[in-house]
Design a protein. Structure first.
Length: 293
């Protein structure tokens, strides 16, 4: 019988972390939200409150459900505050060294039966599990962005992940009202293995002068029926995250077709990371986004 997950700890209160907290709380689970930056926790809670209000306005939640969800989210000042959790999900920046450090510091504070998961979009689950004291209770739970709206969650087993851990994760995702798919532990898993090379190729298309930002996004929206152009999507994901995933693919698979486009590298070096910094392939500082080149 799978472990019944009732209390979830989340490390990282950014866009992904607060989104995961949101859906867990709406599903009736108790949430402990942790971040090393207190300001980020405040911003994360504010984002959750705003997103819940929008759901109330749309009629997908009642006021009572919204208040109940907010009431189930508590802040965790340190890892010791996550001791009562049945599952802890790491949703920090897409940097393997940072994630490994988090797991090494986290595990001594947890119960022996607590499951540990990572929301990584590309990094080896087996390697991350090896930095914990419980690789058999470790799994990849990759939510899509924006978490409250996207139905799919990728589950990724490391080499040591036990069947009971996988089953518990699958039941947890079902409890959130989402659909899980299982991926083998290869670089970038399923979604990003397909999606990010397409975005990288769109950036090459811009880099080589084949089309403008507007032409490329319009072509894919109207010619391939994509809801969002690839460059607009890159800005939404974050260009630093796009680059991190492409580097994982390039280094992990040793195939030149995954080489990150030099223009993507240049934008990241400039600090033009997309929506979160107000500039990427589009400039978001005005009323309407306009292409930056």
């Amino acid at each position: 019988m799978a472990l019944d997950i009732r209390t979830v700890g989340i490390i990282g209160a950014g866009q992904m972390g607060n989104g995961i907290a949101h859906v867990c709380a709406v599903a009736g689970l108790d949430v402990r939200l942790n971040d090393r930056d207190p300001d980020r926790i405040r911003m994360g809670l504010s984002a959750i409150e705003g997103n819940l209000s929008r759901q109330v306005q749309k009629g997908t939640l009642t006021e009572e459900q919204s208040r109940g969800a907010l009431g189930r989210i508590a802040t965790a000042q340190g890892f010791s505050d996550l001791e009562a959790c049945d599952l802890v999900i790491e949703a920090a920046t897409e940097d393997e060294a940072i994630k490994r450090q988090i797991f090494q510091s986290l595990c001594p504070s947890l119960r022996p039966d607590t499951l540990v998961a990572t929301n990584t979009s590309s990094i080896s689950i087996t390697r991350l599990a090896a930095s914990t004291d419980r690789p058999e209770r470790f799994i990849g739970i990759h939510f899509m962005n924006p978490v409250p709206l996207m139905q799919l969650v990728e589950l990724i087993r490391g080499i040591a992940t036990e069947d009971a851990t996988y089953e518990a994760a699958k039941h947890f995702i079902a409890k959130l009202g989402k659909i899980s798919t299982m991926s083998e532990d290869f670089p970038a898993f399923i979604v990003n293995r397909i999606l990010l090379p397409m975005i990288n190729e769109a950036i090459y298309t811009l880099y080589e002068g084949v089309g403008s930002v507007e032409a490329i996004d319009t072509a894919m929206k109207l010619g391939a029926n994509h809801p969002m152009g690839p460059l607009q999507l890159a800005d939404f994901i974050g260009l630093d995250t796009c680059l991190s995933v492409m580097q994982v693919l390039y280094e992990g698979l040793a195939d030149s077709k995954y080489r990150p486009c030099p223009l993507l590298v240049k934008y990241v070096e400039a600090g033009w990371l997309g929506r979160k910094t107000k500039r990427g392939f589009y400039d978001y500082r005005g009323e309407t986004p306009i292409p930056t080149r």
